[in-house]
Design a protein around this ligand. Structure first.
Ligand code: MUC
Ligand code: MG
Length: 369
């Protein structure tokens, strides 16, 4: 049934350095999975991460090795099974590896949706919207450059909500940077911060207090991944939205975080969730728990970005919008027709499957050989 399962590592420089507490990026390594069936369908998936092993527990190289060594042989034995049955076999035989699992699942759903002649969103339960709001992340490392970049984005109607990457400087320096940007952009522009788990609980109390007083709208992942106790205390202590990102690793952890009241917003990432259906389950669980939703990114290229967009289009609550700007951070586009970003939103493709056409010659030129 599956003729080939390929993993391609595609290196693309970023339009400017992207500085975060966990890594400074100058290039992004897209991890693309291409599955070709015996009857001529091609499905794409993506397992891109950030900063090698700086962000998560899987690297581009580990994803490639694990797909070639463990996933591909399993897939070859699953001929005739549907997507759910294939995923069940993968989950029974392979521990962890959420990014690789998500990429494989995306490619299988892409094929399935093409076979059915439907956009991917319809196979996931059905879209509730045709476009989604997308914010921009200011992470040049320089306050004045960030302000100029934001003003350009607002003027061109591309983004009017901004997330700032902090946590690499002292809390006072970080707060000064954030409040200078907030003041320059004005009261109507929503500013959020992502600490990428850089703060201790005491530093977080100090930082969040000042940011809340400065009318910042949201604090993302202030403390360590497994420090759920601190996340719980901070969520109870402050009125400002506290969002779980790295701590949210799929439906089981969503359940734990919700039970503990350890976040008021979930940043749902398809790869971190372990797959598209798992990301949908996180969304449903958040609804039942009264937790607001935000569509996160791993700075994926167009494949992971569009797969995420199809998932987020099915969410009934998307109170904090999304950050699906990954392809815009790259100097090269790898689609024949680029994704459409306009009026502060991303249009969700309407064609069958993912609804995108990859430029395979370009990918071949950019990929690691
Ligand atoms: C993260 O931690 O949210 C998403 C946007 C961005 O700039 O970095 C990522 C990772
Ligand atoms: Mg984050």
């Amino acid at each position: 049934m599956y003729k080939s399962i390929e993993t391609l590592l595609v290196e693309i420089p970023t339009i400017r350095p992207h500085k975060m507490a966990v890594a400074s990026m100058h290039t992004q390594t897209l991890v693309l999975i291409k599955i070709t069936t015996e009857d001529g369908f091609i499905g794409w998936g993506e397992a891109t991460t950030i900063g090698g092993l700086g962000y998560g527990e899987e690297s581009p190289e580990s994803v490639r090795t694990n797909i070639e060594t463990y996933f591909a042989p399993l897939l070859k034995t699953s001929a005739g099974l549907n997507v759910a049955q294939t995923i069940q076999i993968i989950n029974r035989n392979i521990n962890g590896n959420h990014f690789a699992k998500c990429a494989i699942q995306t490619a299988l759903f892409d094929i399935q949706a093409q076979r059915l002649g439907l956009p991917l969103s319809e196979v996931l339960g059905g879209r509730l919207r045709d476009s989604i709001p997308v914010l921009w992340v200011l992470a040049s490392g320089n306050t004045e450059k960030d302000i100029a970049e934001a003003q350009k984005m607002i003027a061109s109607k591309r983004h009017n909500i901004f997330k700032l990457k902090i946590g690499s400087h002292t809390v006072e320096q970080d707060v000064e940077h954030v409040l200078a940007i907030k003041q320059a952009l004005g009261a109507d522009v929503s500013i959020r911060v992502d600490v990428n788990r850089a703060w201790s609980e005491l530093t977080a109390i100090k930082g969040i207090q000042m940011l809340q007083e400065g009318n910042v709208d949201l604090i993302e992942q202030p403390c360590a991944i497994r420090n759920i106790d601190a996340m719980e205390r901070l969520t109870r202590k402050f009125n400002i939205a506290i969002m779980a990102d790295e701590s949210l690793m799929g439906p089981q952890s969503a359940y734990e975080l919700a039970k503990r009241n350890a976040a008021s917003v979930f940043s749902v990432k398809v790869a971190q969730s372990g797959g598209l259906t798992e990301a949908c389950e996180v969304g449903k669980l958040a609804n039942y728990a009264g937790i607001d939703l935000y569509g996160g990114t791993m700075l994926e290229g167009p494949v992971g970005t569009v797969a995420s967009a199809h998932v987020f289009s099915t969410f009934s609550n998307l109170a904090y919008g999304t950050e699906l700007f990954g392809p815009l951070l790259l100097t090269e586009q790898i689609l024949k027709t680029p994704l459409q970003y306009e009026n502060f939103e991303l249009k969700i493709p309407t064609g069958n499957g993912l609804g995108i056409e990859l430029d395979e010659d370009k990918i071949d030129n950019l990929r690691r050989k």
